[in-house]
Design a protein around this ligand. Structure first.
Ligand SMILES: [Zn+2]
Length: 228
């Protein structure tokens, strides 16, 4: 007879009551894997299409397309869910990307979302992603960037206005410089489109004294998509 600790018994009971489901399509899973075999295969194919790093240096896992891809579904789900399994899965994939490039970060920071969006969805996905990545990659999470209250939501603006708006939308957290001087920082966001948000936040981190900043996203569009 095997002896179970109370915690492992509770876990077992929980997994019987709430069996794990595929993070993308929601199908019941036989084991502990995050994606079902079909979604996992599609995700692998989408990952191969990533031309990472992008011309502006953004490292990413898979292209962000308008079609119903696994990538798009995972990103959209992360925007509205704070499910731990989802963030641990995405963080695990990002940690592999960093280790393939021998990037070891002292700190992981997230691109802050607009407080009104966070209020509506209840989810601040880049901070959740940054925290999960820091844990998975063995570095420290830092709340280095803040969103200015009156900034406009980026997706409502065209490319030229995005760059101006992004530069005004973020600021450094107080005392960020004390921790960041001479350090390597991984800056995380869920999706990179024009790259203007990333580049505004990257500038602030360098301004705070960071020695190196790596921009990392789950998904990225071709930069030209929004250039008109
Ligand atoms: Zn699936």
């Amino acid at each position: 007879m095997t002896l179970h600790s109370p915690i492992s018994l509770i876990r077992k009971l929980f997994s019987i009551l709430y069996p794990p489901r595929c993070l993308c399509c929601g199908k019941l899973l036989p084991g502990e894997s995050p994606l079902c075999p079909a979604c996992s295969e599609t995700w692998g194919g989408e990952r191969k299409k990533a031309a990472s790093p992008r011309a502006d240096g953004v490292l990413y896992l898979a292209p962000y397309t308008k079609s119903r891809s696994v990538t798009r579904r995972l990103v959209l789900r992360a925007k509205n869910s704070n499910e731990r399994r989802l963030y641990l899965f995405l963080a695990g994939e990002l940690a592999k990307l960093l280790s393939q490039r021998s990037i070891s970060a002292d700190f992981v920071a997230g691109v802050p979302r607009s407080p009104s969006v966070v209020r509506n969805t209840g989810v601040d996905q880049s901070s959740l992603l940054a925290r999960a990545l820091a844990k998975t990659a063995g570095s420290r999470y830092i709340n280095a960037l803040k969103r200015r209250r009156k900034a406009r939501v980026q997706k409502m603006l065209d490319a030229a206005r995005r760059a101006d708006n992004a530069a005004l939308a973020y600021r450094l957290a107080r005392k960020a410089g004390k921790h960041l001087a001479g350090r390597t920082v991984v800056l995380v966001d869920d999706v990179a489109t024009t790259g203007s948000t990333f580049s505004a936040c990257e500038k602030l981190l360098y301004h705070a004294g960071a020695a190196r900043v790596f921009k990392v996203a789950v998904a990225a569009t071709e930069r030209t998509v929004y250039k008109n």
